[in-house]
Design a protein around this ligand. Structure first.
Ligand code: 5GP
Length: 344
C-alpha cells in the first residue's frame, strides 16, 4: 500500500485570482476556439462546451440549440440509424455532434452501420466508466485503424499515464473524469476517483505534450466551474447536470406542489439500465443515481448564462479570449468558495 501525499484539488478548492486587465467589456471576449485534431487532422471551430451523452442531455433537440452556439453534443448510445433517419436536420448540425459507443461487439457493429449511412459525422466518442483496461486500449486501436479520418474521443481516465496511453492508441481527445458527476455514485460504491481540477491539469499537460486534446467531463455545478475547467487547461468542458432539466431534453415533466420537475439519471444508474438493457446484471452494482430536478425551461437561457459567466471570468483575469484563459490563470486555494446564506 502507498499513500500519495500531494494535495489534489476539486473546482471548489480554488478561485481565480483577479488580475489587472485592459479589457473594457466582457462583450469583447472571444470564446471561439479552433482545434486541429492529432490523428483525424480534422479542424473544428466553435465554443468548446459539450453536452454529455446522457439521457435527457445527449439528444438531437439539445444538439440543435447547442449547434447554433457552435457547441458539440455527444449523442447517447441509443442514437442508431433508425433514430437518426427520423431526424431531418442532421445535415445542418453534423459538424457539432458525436456518436457514442461502448466497447461491446454490438456497439462496433452499430457504429459501422451508422457511419455507412451517415458518413459525414466526424466524431466518435468511445465511452466507458473505467478507461484503464487493456481491452479498452485495444478497442481504441481498432477503431482508429478502421476510421483513420474520424476524430476519436476516448475515456474516461484521470491520470497522465493513461491519457498518454489512450493518445498513443489513437485517441484524438481524451475524456477526463472519474467520479465527479452530479448523478455519479462511483466514489460511494467503489471508493475510486480523483479530484477533478487536478485530473484536468495533469491530463491536459500529458495530452498537450503529445499534440492531443482533453475534455473535462463532469463535476461542474455552476458557470464558474466551467471557467475553472478551461483555466486548468481543458480544451473542452462537458456538462451533464447543468444541461439537464430543459425542454429540449425530452424528459417527462411532473408536477409536485405546484413546481415542475424532470427526472435525470446517471448512465449506469438502475433507471438507465432498466430502460436500455432490461435491468442490471447480477455482478454489477449501479454507479449512478436517479434524481428529480427542477424544470428549467429552454436550454438557450442556461447556455447564455454559462457563456456570460465564462466571458466574465476571462475579463477578471485579463484574458481577451478563451484561448488565453489558461495562460492568464492563477488559482488561489480557498477553504470557502462562496457565501451561501440565502441559497440553502
Ligand atoms: P455532470 O456534468 O452531471 O457533473 O457529469 C456528467 C458526467 O458524469 C458524464 O459525462 C459522465 O462522464 C458521468 N456520468 C454519467 N452518468 C453516470 C453514472 O451513472 N455513473 C457515473 N459514475 N458517472 C456517470
Amino acid at each position: 500500500m502507498r499513500i500519495e501525499e500531494e494535495l489534489k484539488l476539486d473546482y471548489s478548492d480554488v478561485l481565480f485570482r483577479p488580475k489587472r486587465s485592459t479589457l473594457s467589456s466582457r462583450k469583447d471576449v472571444d470564446l471561439k476556439r479552433t482545434y486541429k485534431f492529432k490523428y483525424s487532422k480534422n479542424e473544428w471551430s466553435g465554443i468548446p462546451v459539450m453536452a454529455a451523452n446522457m439521457d435527457g442531455v445527449g439528444e438531437l433537440e439539445v444538439a440543435e440549440t447547442l449547434s447554433d452556439f457552435g457547441m458539440i453534443t455527444c449523442l447517447t448510445k441509443q442514437h442508431d440509424v433508425s433514430k437518426l433517419k427520423k431526424y431531418k436536420k442532421l445535415k445542418s448540425i453534423y459538424k457539432n455532434i458525436s456518436l457514442s459507443i461502448g466497447i461491446k461487439k454490438e456497439d462496433y457493429e452499430r457504429l459501422d452501420k451508422t457511419l455507412k449511412e451517415f458518413s459525414f459525422i466526424k466524431f466518435i466518442c468511445v465511452d466507458v466508466a473505467n478507461g484503464y483496461s487493456e481491452h479498452f486500449t485495444s478497442f481504441i486501436k481498432s477503431v482508429r485503424d478502421k476510421y483513420p479520418t474520424k476524430t476519436i474521443i476516448a475515456g474516461n481516465v484521470v491520470t497522465a499515464d493513461m491519457t498518454q496511453e489512450l493518445v498513443l492508441s489513437g485517441a484524438d481527445i481524451v475524456k477526463v473524469g472519474i467520479g465527479p458527476g452530479s448523478v455519479c455514485t462511483t466514489r460511494i460504491q467503489t471508493g475510486v476517483g480523483y479530484p477533478q481540477l487536478s485530473a484536468v491539469i495533469e491530463c491536459a499537460d500529458a495530452a498537450h505534450g503529445l499534440g492531443a486534446h482533453i475534455i473535462a467531463d463532469g463535476g461542474c455545478t455552476c458557470p464558474g466551474d466551467v471557467a475553472k475547467g478551461f483555466g486548468g487547461g481543458a480544451d473542452f468542458v462537458m456538462l451533464g447536470g447543468m444541461f439537464a432539466g430543459h425542454d429540449e431534453g425530452g424528459g417527462k415533466v411532473t408536477k409536485t406542489n405546484g413546481s415542475k420537475y424532470i427526472e435525470f439519471y446517471g448512465s449506469s444508474s438502475e433507471t438507465a439500465n432498466k430502460k436500455h438493457y432490461g435491468g442490471l446484471s447480477n455482478y454489477r452494482s449501479s454507479e449512478g443515481r436517479s434524481v428529480k430536478i427542477k424544470y428549467r425551461g429552454k436550454i438557450k437561457d442556461t447556455i447564455l448564462n454559462i457563456l456570460g459567466g465564462v466571458r466574465s471570468s476571462c475579463t477578471y483575469v485579463g484574458a481577451p479570449s478563451l484561448k488565453q484563459l489558461s495562460k492568464c490563470t492563477t488559482f488561489v486555494r480557498v477553504s470557502n468558495q462562496y457565501n451561501d446564506t440565502f441559497s440553502k
